[in-house]
Design a protein around this ligand. Structure first.
Ligand SMILES: Cc1cc2nc3c(=O)[nH]c(=O)nc-3n(C[C@H](O)[C@H](O)[C@H](O)COP(=O)(O)OP(=O)(O)OC[C@H]3O[C@@H](n4cnc5c(N)ncnc54)[C@H](O)[C@@H]3O)c2cc1C
Length: 531
């Protein structure tokens, strides 16, 4: 039984791969296919935020393509017990839609999901969403200079395509020999099986990352036995989560400026962490001392403590926050196993020391496909070249937003925009501002298409990789921030205010601009102008 990805996009994409002719390879009948100004992929923080800001600018001609039947992305899909944000909610929300009602400093998944649904409703985005519609293929058409898009709901033509498909939306299963032969129940934390009762079961949790440290304390009291298979112990700091008192919520509602003040304070406190991560300041050493003390206070047993003590520089992998993970591991029904898994059998897991662990259930807290997602295979730019092909040596995009060879294509949370220390919503909003400014420029200059100049993108990418060398992420650990070539194509190597400053204006000098009135039969090089 292997029900993990029953609803994921992977199967559908690979089905498409087997077709002999993709619908968009044959000519799309422009008369019948819907043509929109802008198509946005995804309805998480990225897609939804983009849609709201477009609407606020008076743009109505856009569609949001969403493979699920509800909005929310991460916060719709991750329903595991204990799921919550790890950036305080006052900051982990849209700047243009503060929520005075957060119940806790780190709100639970359901509240964040409800918040996003509320935003979609409040700003009138729901009628723009094409539900149950998975993007299968998108190709830049040289004749009409538009994106021709194929989804599971049919075809679409868009002048502009904005990809907000999420950096953490494709769950990753560990490639352990025999896992497909497991006869018990197996699921990924991002596809939690709520129909399955864990009470009294022998449960194996694979992974000790951001999700596992949240759900392990929730399930530990219920299960018969919990075996935590941990490869590398994470650095864990105290979380100090607390309910937000009703008087404070009332204050935030009546005087929104007070919530803005709290939000700003959280932002700058988090931003300080970048000093340690990017510039390797003594902040990291202080953080490690704090984390060691936290571990010592919560885990009295020296043997268990040794297993849980990290041996790499803090921050090289994501720093985690928890007050209840360590206490759960000290319970008599829990064992932390650090021997590597050799194989999975029908009803057990065998570790490299030859020990066989009998189990009923495997829960994979093994993260997501980040640098190896499938979508780039299905996005084609000039000359039909796929993004996967262009990114073969490693993904890169100018400000994580535009790629040479792919006109009028924009990414939200593209390469090198992830963070190890602050709110992703801040980065998303910075990119949205950049895209909006680009759209305004296009209108003002009567431009049909924009495409970042290869040299500009190359210089930017060189800068990213140079700066990355002195960061803590290059200190030698293996992490999901790195791609198959060992390059960090995931994170922004600096302060987020620098990213905001640099994306505040769209600079047309960095782009080739294609004028609106270009006749369709003229070759693409002839039609381009530079400003
Ligand atoms: C458990 C968890 C906790 C997190 N906590 C934090 C936190 O505290 N702070 C923080 O800053 N970040 C956090 N993150 C990172 C989080 O992913 C981002 O903050 C943010 O939610 C990403 O939003 P998004 O819209 O870009 O992507 P997602 O939320 O992943 O949304 C992408 C959307 O695109 C859709 N989609 C994808 N592919 C296709 C396709 N081919 N066709 C159609 N639709 C498609 C998906 O269905 C989904 O709705 C967390 C991530 C996880 C997994």
């Amino acid at each position: 039984m292997f029900p993990v990805f029953a609803s994921s996009g992977r199967k559908t994409l690979s089905n498409v791969q087997q077709r002999t002719t993709l619908p968009s390879e044959s000519s799309i009948d422009d008369q019948r296919v819907r043509h929109v100004r802008i198509a946005i992929l995804g309805s998480g923080f990225s897609g939804l935020g983009m849609a709201i800001r477009l609407k606020q600018q008076g743009q109505e001609d856009f569609v949001v393509i969403e493979r699920a039947s509800d909005i929310g992305g991460t916060w719709r899909d991750n329903t595991y017990p204990g799921c919550a944000c790890d950036i305080p909610s006052h900051l982990y929300s849209f700047s243009f839609a503060l929520n005075p009602h957060w119940s806790r400093s780190y709100s639970p998944q359901r509240e964040i999901w409800d918040y996003l649904r509320h935003c979609a409703e409040r700003f009138g985005i729901l009628p723009h969403i094409q539900w149950n519609s998975e993007l299968l293929e998108a190709s830049w058409n040289e004749d009409d200079q538009c994106w021709h898009i194929t989804t599971t709901q049919g075809q679409l033509i868009a002048d502009i395509l904005i990809l907000g498909n999420g950096p953490l939306s494709e769950p990753s299963l560990p490639p352990i020999p025999g896992i497909e032969r497991f006869e018990g129940v197996l699921f990924h934390s991002a596809r939690w099986n709520h129909d399955y009762d864990l009470t009294g079961k022998r449960v194996a949790v694979i992974g000790a990352g951001a999700s596992a440290i949240q759900f392990v304390p929730q399930i530990q009291p219920r299960v018969g036995h919990l075996s935590l298979f941990q490869r590398t112990p994470p650095w864990i700091l105290p979380r100090h989560d607390h309910p937000i008192p009703s008087w404070q919520r009332a204050m935030f509602r009546i005087l929104p400026i007070t919530q803005r003040f709290v939000r700003t304070r959280i932002y700058w406190r988090n931003e300080l962490t970048a000093l340690g991560l990017v510039y390797r300041s003594s902040i990291i050493e202080k953080g490690m001392q704090l984390a060691r003390r936290h571990l010592a206070e919560q885990v009295p047993d020296p043997e268990l403590r040794a297993k849980l003590t990290p041996h790499y520089v803090m921050g090289c992998k994501r720093i985690l926050l928890s007050d209840d993970f360590y206490p759960a591991l000290t319970q008599p029904n829990v064992e932390v196993i650090t021997n590597r898994i050799r194989e999975v059998r029908a009803n057990s897991i065998v570790t490299e020391d030859g020990r066989e662990h009998e189990i009923d259930t495997i829960i994979c807290g093994t993260g997501f496909h980040v640098t190896d997602t499938q979508l780039p295979q299905y996005v084609h730019g000039h000359g039909g070249r796929s993004l996967a092909d262009v990114w073969r040596a490693g993904s890169c995009a100018y400000f994580g937003t535009t790629v040479a060879g792919f006109p009028n294509l924009f990414f939200l949370i593209g390469p090198n925009t992830g963070l190890g220390h602050n709110s992703m919503v801040f980065m998303i909003e910075s990119q949205i501002t950049y895209i909006l400014d680009c759209l305004r420029t296009m209108k003002r200059r009567n431009v049909r298409a924009v495409e970042v100049r290869p040299k500009i993108q190359e210089a930017f990418n060189t800068e990213m990789q140079q700066r990355m060398k002195r960061t803590v992420w290059a200190s030698g650990c293996v992490s999901w921030y790195l791609d198959a070539n060992g390059r960090n194509t995931t994170l922004w190597p600096g302060f987020t205010f620098e990213f905001r400053r640099r994306t505040h204006h769209f600079d047309p000098q960095h782009y080739d601009l294609l004028p609106q009135q270009a006749p369709a039969h003229v070759g693409k090089t002839e039609r381009r102008t530079s400003v």
